[in-house]
Design a binder for this molecule. Structure first.
Ligand code: MCN
Ligand code: MOS
Length: 765
């Protein structure tokens, strides 16, 4: 068991001292002092400002735009409307088969959802641009709107055959079950709301486009810009040194970036376009609303015999985005019979997007709530029910797990939480103030993916050591863990390593998505740093000028940044001194994990398409992270308020590269889960599909006062089938299972089932 916050040393299992230690964030000081310059902090000379204008109908056509007044408004440089904006080129789709192929119409005249961008105004200042934008007169021909999947005429949607599952005969098994739960679970539209807004600062330097923009996937975004403007991908530089949160919303290039780059080219000046908080609710998608009906059957001993699932989720009228509702259902428990169907309901919304634990969150909400209902019905403790249904192998594929320590998370979590003292019946516990107290549990999972990439290492005669990667850090800890990974392999301290990230001119990095970046990049950086160590030692033994020339192989080692002769420690010199002695300013190398023999274009394709992603362990084993959440709630029945008063969560994410940062990731996910359970949800105007609560005053997310003590612990062990350095995904799993654990606790407190998020006071009274 790991004390996550204080571990001073790495796990010695592979000789590492630094990877695995709870090093504080290396970028922490700069961020706290406000010295960390984010992409949108850039102010190139002559920069001007653009604003986007949103459609105020939910569907229909733009007939005309009268821009006369706007064009004459103070400081205005350019007005772009559907009728005078050139179409951009066709970038290759990075999601296979998804639209985006074909010329990119920046402002189509066809309006498919409320808030779709219809125009842009560029002026000397942001205020001037906003003032002028308010003067645009836009004529629409509105059409009928399907505001949500609740709208009349919206359903029943279209089947998504490729996620269907038929395992055994679930329908028959459900009929014969000793215990049976049938219920419908619903989750609303949720939004990413990162504190840093979306936006871009674009400028042209000759034929080269430089875009500074927060990004989770530098290379793929750059590729889209290249496609839009018909320039080679080397001619796009995308810079994203820090990212103020993304949660899945900053993966692709969007209209604001197209407008910035287009206007910068037209005006010959740098242009900054920032999406406002309100616009963020329609400029890019949040999590799709979902609804699923679950039938769970179990035998008399509480072994699951069948799951029948029928789900639906919303998507836009133009892209079939699937929020996959069986992604947790299919792997959590050992159930021989599973039938799962999902339909997509096309409505007038912006296309939904991946949001932290896409699919897994709503999937677990349904399954883990239903498991609690089953436990209650069968009179079995909910932890015990889960343990009885532990799966020895992946029940969907029959593959062995690379590792699955869910049992340990459940057992240890129960012990830490004091679960043994839980009275089985609801409404049995009250606090001193008379509030009802309830305890709930739920489990979760998140599957691992792997990706390719490169990592660069540069060592200077001035003593500098740099790690170079286009990969990014959105608050996760990439800067820190890569310094740790390099330090171990090179034989230096992490403090001696400077990590440079988030620039497409640097060696190609994987996306920060699917919680895969840490696993891929620690492996690559370790590999590159080890190669650098070998290079340094070879040069020390062979280069004229080196004090070690002529010594035998295997007589030098690098420790604490110095090259030591094994038998003569007093003769050690710093790495920088060796470089000076052999007349080198610097050494630089790049390592990668691409298949052998592929060319530059193929590498680029792999790095910028979803098809470049692959299964860890070549698919030989099934690699997932696991978690169990134990939650206490206090419910005031008079006021209908629910407070989460305690959380204890156990995680199996393999080895943790930095337990302190991983704990922070877990807590962040749990906080987001509390928001999902109690607060978050888009409110949709049924007339036109407008998101009514498109601001942080009305779209509520948890604040400090909503967050109790959260205890997180790790039961993971190094899993080298999962990744080169033994870790499994961390960034998203924290959220999975939190909402059902809270709702299960509310049931235990009140006897009332919450099957629809966010929790509505009306459901309690
Ligand atoms: N880590 C670890 N041990 C591991 C794996 C990871 O210690 N075995 C720690 C490291 O500090 C690492 C971090 O966890 O930097 C996340 O690693 P990983 O799980 O590989 O996730 P990514 O680096 O790919 O980051 C993306 C992931 C995703 S997909 C979402 S969504 C998400 C998340 O990270 N969005 C976030 N966490 C977020 N955290 C912040 N602050 N802001 C967001 O927008
Ligand atoms: Mo995370 S939703 O994969 O960016």
């Amino acid at each position: 068991m790991t004390d996550l916050a204080t571990r001073k040393h790495g796990d010695a299992s592979d000789g590492s001292r630094h990877l695995g230690a709870s090093l504080p964030r290396v970028d922490g000081d700069a961020k706290v002092r406000g010295e960390a310059a984010y992409a949108l902090d850039t102010r190139p000379a002559g920069m001007v400002h653009g604003v986007l204008v949103r459609a105020t109908i939910g569907a229909g056509t733009v007939l005309a735009v009268d821009a006369t007044a706007a064009r004459h408004s103070l400081g205005v440089l350019l007005v772009l409307t559907p009728f005078d904006t050139p179409a951009l080129g066709a970038p290759d789709s990075f999601i296979d088969g998804a639209p985006g192929e074909g010329a990119f119409e920046v402002f189509p005249t066809t309006i498919l959802h409320w808030g779709q961008a219809v125009a842009a105004v560029i002026a000397e200042t942001r205020q001037q641009a906003e003032a002028a934008a308010s003067l645009l007169r836009i004529d629409y021909a509105p059409a009928d709107v399907l505001a949500s999947f609740d709208a009349e005429g919206a359903g029943p949607g279209v089947a998504v055959d490729d996620v269907d599952i038929d395992r055994g005969d679930a329908t028959a098994a459900l009929v014969e079950a000793a215990f049976r739960v049938d219920a419908t679970y619903e989750t609303p539209r949720e939004y990413h709301v990162p504190i840093e807004p979306h936006g871009a600062v674009a400028e042209w330097s000759g034929e080269r486009l430089i875009v500074r923009e927060p990004s989770q996937w530098i290379d793929a975004m750059a590729r889209t810009y290249a496609g839009w403007f018909g320039i080679p991908f080397e001619n796009v530089r995308l810079v994203s040194p820090y990212v103020g949160g993304g949660f899945g919303s900053k993966v692709t290039a969007m209209t604001h970036g197209a407008v910035a780059a287009l206007a910068a080219r037209a005006l010959g000046r740098p242009v900054k376009v920032v999406v406002t908080r309100a616009q963020a609710f329609t400029a890019h998608g949040g999590r799709a609303a979902t609804r699923q009906t679950l039938g769970l059957g179990a035998d008399a001993a509480g072994h699951l015999t069948a799951i029948v699932q029928d789900g639906e989720s919303e998507t836009s009228v133009f892209v079939p985005f699937v929020e996959q509702l069986n992604s947790a259902t299919s792997v959590m428990y050992d159930v021989p019979n599973l039938r799962s169907r999902q339909r997509l309901v096309h409505v007038n919304t912006v296309t939904p997007a991946h949001m932290r634990a896409p699919g897994k969150h709503p999937s677990a909400f349904g399954l883990e709530s239903a498991m609690d209902e089953l436990a209650h019905l069968a009179g079995i403790d909910p932890v015990e029910l889960r343990l009885r249904n532990e799966a020895a192998v992946n029940p969907q594929t029959g593959q062995p797990w690379s590792s699955r320590r869910l049992r340990e998370a459940l057992v240890e979590g129960a012990r830490r939480f004091g679960w043994a003292n839980r009275p089985p019946a609801p409404r049995a516990m009250r606090g001193p103030d008379g509030t009802l107290v309830g305890w709930g549990v739920a489990a979760g999972t998140f599957p691992a993916l792997d990706h390719h990439g490169e990592a660069g290492i540069r060592v200077g005669a001035d003593g500098s050591i740099e790690v170079l990667s286009a990969g990014i850090d959105m608050g996760t800890g990439t800067y820190t863990i890569l310094a740790q990974a390099a330090a171990d392999a090179l034989g230096v301290s992490p403090q001696a390593v400077t990590v440079r990230l988030g620039d497409s001119d640097l060696p190609s990095g994987p996306l920060a998505g699917n919680s895969l970046l840490a696993g891929v990049m620690t492996g690559l950086v370790h590999k590159a740093a080890a190669a650098m160590r070998e290079t340094i030692i070879r040069l020390a033994l062979t280069e004229p000028g080196s004090p070690f020339v002529g010594r035998e192989l295997n007589t030098l080692h690098i420790t604490d940044g110095r090259i030591h002769p094994t038998l003569d420690e007093s003769a050690s010199i710093p790495i920088g001194s060796l470089l000076k002695a052999i007349g080198r300013d610097r050494l630089e190398l790049v390592e990668d994990n691409f298949p052998a023999g592929i060319d530059r274009n193929e590498r680029h394709r792999i790095m910028t398409t979803v098809s470049g992603l692959r299964l860890p362990d070549d698919g030989a084993s099934s690699v997932l992270s696991w978690c169990a959440h134990f939650v206490e709630v206090k419910v005031d029945e008079d006021l209908g308020t629910v407070r989460v008063s305690r959380v204890v969560s156990g995680f199996d994410c393999g080895r943790l590269y930095n337990p302190k940062l991983a704990a922070s990731q877990f807590r962040g996910g749990i906080v987001m889960g509390i928001g999902q359970a109690l607060l978050e949800g888009g409110r949709i105007d049924p007339r036109d599909g407008r998101i009514v609560n498109d601001n942080l005053g009305d779209y509520l997310i948890p604040t400090n006062a909503d967050i109790p003590d959260i205890e997180v612990f790790s039961v993971g062990e190094p899993d080298f089938r999962a990744s080169p350095m033994g870790g499994k995904p961390v960034g998203e799993i924290g959220i999975v299972g939190v909402a059902p654990a809270i709702c299960n606790a509310v049931f235990h407190a009140t006897g009332r089932r919450i099957r629809r998020l966010p929790l509505d006071i009306a459901a309690l009274v």
